[in-house]
Design a protein around this ligand. Sequence first.
Ligand SMILES: [Zn+2]
Ligand SMILES: [Zn+2]
Length: 332
Amino acid sequence: MTDQGLAMRLHGVGDLRCAAEPRPVPGDGMSLVRVTAVGICGSDLHWFSHGGIGDAQLRQPVVPGHEFAGVVEGGPLHGRRVAVDPAIPCTRCEHCRAGHGNLCPQVRFAGHGELDGALREWIAWPTELLHPLPDGLSDADGAMLEPLGVAIHAVGLGHLRLGGSVAVVGCGPIGLLLVQLARVAGATRVLAVDRLEHRVAAARRYGADQAMLDTGADVLDGADVDVAFEVAGNDDAVRTSVRAARPGGRVVLVGIPDEDQTTFPAGPARRKGLTLALSRRMHEVYPRAIDLVRSGRIDVGSLVTHRFTLLDSAEAFQTAAGRAGLKVLITS
Ligand SMILES: [Zn+2]
Ligand SMILES: [Zn+2]
């Protein structure tokens, strides 16, 4: 084994460069992981296409990638295949101690700011954030647990009741996982909309009772759902979600807008007395995500439509940005 590994670093908009870098040395409480699968996420595309996300901007070249799995080299989990929780909360602040590590003001996140992510051969990560994968889950499944975790957290914020109704506005991978989760959580009416035909078809395959092409703000008018999940990250989808919710219903905003601004139609939101919930990543959902996949209740594997090698990362990002398939994965 050499003590170097390849890493893909984002230097600016659309500027992803590959270089051999020293293999990271795990510090106290950390383990070395050989990365085997990394998913490209909509948030990575914000960095790739715009050089930033919300009010955070690229200040130094960073290794992207926060949806990942790998094999542990050395330490207490040596040889185990693991999914990696990409968020490192401080564990000491009042939010962390109250069990809301996802809201920690000091949280560090893979591929964000100064913390390099997983688009490289080796990464060192806190051992307690490594979740061993059972035999039934592939490494690709392991990488998909992060978007599944985001979807599980959003369902929690939706306070979905048995026999309830749901709208999913935006059917990328997280939206499609929400369609599946809504059914598992006991929803009896699941509506889904997207602007792309192949995603509408996918929503139908994953169990939406009605999946429609998003033809404008009124596409879900009168749907009167208990919970609308906005998973597109644009104001049109927010408007559609607000108009889809029933009086007293909830709208959960999961999407990340391009500009650091979200607007919603105040009239219908006020008249219906809606509760708007803003979803922030997730907390402590990996064990549940693993059980949902292992038990066959949630299918993450078929969401992966494209695979590339690490060296073809730039092409992988272009493919993901083109939104031709569902999830683009980089595997070794
Ligand atoms: Zn993501
Ligand atoms: Zn904290």
